[in-house]
Write a protein that binds this ligand. Structure first.
Ligand SMILES: [Zn+2]
Ligand SMILES: [Zn+2]
Ligand SMILES: [Zn+2]
Length: 394
């Protein structure tokens, strides 16, 4: 019940995309034994008869099958009765937890049973379960990354971001260490460290670059506070940097005296300032080249600009963009934050010898170093066994 509360959920029926998911919060007796109540057993019957032909998926805390050989009572005490009911009603899959080691998908009377390993313990495993009609496949993944090749999260925000939700620098470092990364780089939005949230989100700071100097003169900017705080965390594991943008003059959103001393400048296009408006594709490419001319080492979330603005991704620019990155010696970033990176672009990058950076763009703690999908993109892009070779290192 606590878990359901945490996820804003409730026990019972959930109809999702033509499937019926039924969650149980089975009662525990004081001796840690849990059983499915008579009402719970009735619910199975009722749900099945009210939803004929709908695949049924059941979720509960305790394992049901196979029996766990232990003096501790893992299985529901009336598991055989529950199994009989699941089988009678053609249940497709039963998902449990509780047993931290987990147990793989197995079948009894055509019902699939799987027990998820514990997400809360190293190596932080979880299951990706795919159900198509009555066909079930299960893939185990873990949040802990392999030691080789060494993976660095080169795009992490902090409590300084207006757009941050749960991310904090300290929390992000802790996660990066636990998840086996080789390092983490903080890249706070430079624009946000100077101007108000209003002047940032309106893009005004790019059309009126004088706002940056004005904020500094009036002592309102947070750039120096950010630098001092990050400097104290800096180590061989923790690098510090900024996510910068280009203003209407093609200059970085960064005062001259703040340019030096960073481990990484990551360039991004979030807004097109006035001179670059009009033809979005042309403006985007021109602004990107301005960023690269300013020697940013990584191009953050290439092409996400179009997705955010609900435009089609200009796939015909994949190759020209890879050429541009190669010309300026910058890396392209695989970034899943509100984004769906296209492996074809990264295939172009690999072909053009452009290094590839992995950036979680964490605004929430759960995003830090979650790189299984990023590595998938690299594989689809044809990086094969050459991961270490194609990855960006600062
Ligand atoms: Zn942000
Ligand atoms: Zn960004
Ligand atoms: Zn970012």
């Amino acid at each position: 019940e606590r878990l359901l509360r945490l996820f804003g959920d409730r026990p019972g029926l959930h109809e999702i995309k033509g499937y019926l998911l039924i969650t149980f919060a089975d009662r525990y007796a004081p001796d840690d034994r849990a059983a499915r109540s008579p009402e719970g057993l009735t619910l199975i019957r009722e749900a099945a008869s009210a939803h004929p032909d709908v695949p049924l998926l059941f979720f509960q805390h305790n394992p049901i099958y196979p029996p766990v050989d232990s003096s501790y009572p893992y299985n529901l005490t009336n598991a055989p009765e529950v199994m009989k009911s699941y089988a009678e009603h053609g249940v497709v899959l039963s998902v449990s937890g509780h047993l931290h080691g987990g147990s793989p998908l197995c079948f009894s009377d055509n019902v699939g049973y799987v027990t998820c390993p514990a997400l809360c313990e190293d190596p932080f495993r979880f299951l990706r379960v795919r159900v198509r009609g009555h066909e079930v496949t299960v893939r185990e993944e873990s949040l802990k990354m392999p030691k080789t090749p060494p993976l660095v999260d080169t795009h992490v925000h902090t409590e300084y971001a207006y757009c941050a939700s749960t991310v904090t620098a300290a929390g992000a470092i802790e996660r990066a260490e636990k998840f086996g990364l080789a390092g983490i780089t903080f890249t706070e939005h430079a624009g946000q460290l100077y101007v108000s949230s209003e002047d940032y989100w309106s893009g005004r700071f790019l059309n009126e670059p004088g706002l940056l100097r004005q904020a500094r003169t009036e002592g309102r900017d947070r750039m120096r506070a950010y630098r001092a705080e990050m400097q104290a965390l800096r180590s061989s594991f923790v690098r510090i940097g900024l996510e910068v943008e280009c203003d209407r003059n093609g200059e970085l959103s960064l005062l001259d005296e703040d340019r030096e001393g960073w481990d990484l400048l990551s360039g991004a296009v979030h807004f097109l300032p006035e001179p670059f408006e009009g033809d979005a594709e042309r403006g985007f490419m021109a602004l990107t080249e301005k960023l690269l001319q300013q020697k940013v080492a990584v191009l953050a979330h290439p092409f996400r600009f179009f997705r955010r603005n609900k435009m089609d991704i200009p796939r015909h620019l994949f190759r020209p963009m890879a050429h541009l990155l190669a010309k300026y010696g910058a890396a392209g970033e695989i970034n899943f934050h509100t984004n769906e990176p296209d492996p074809d672009f990264f295939r172009c990058c690999i072909e053009e010898g452009v290094p590839i950076a992995l950036g979680s763009d964490s605004h929430a703690l759960y995003e830090v170093g979650e790189f299984a999908p990023n590595l998938d993109v690299l594989r689809q892009a044809g990086a094969g066994e050459r991961l270490e070779e194609v990855l960006f290192s600062s």
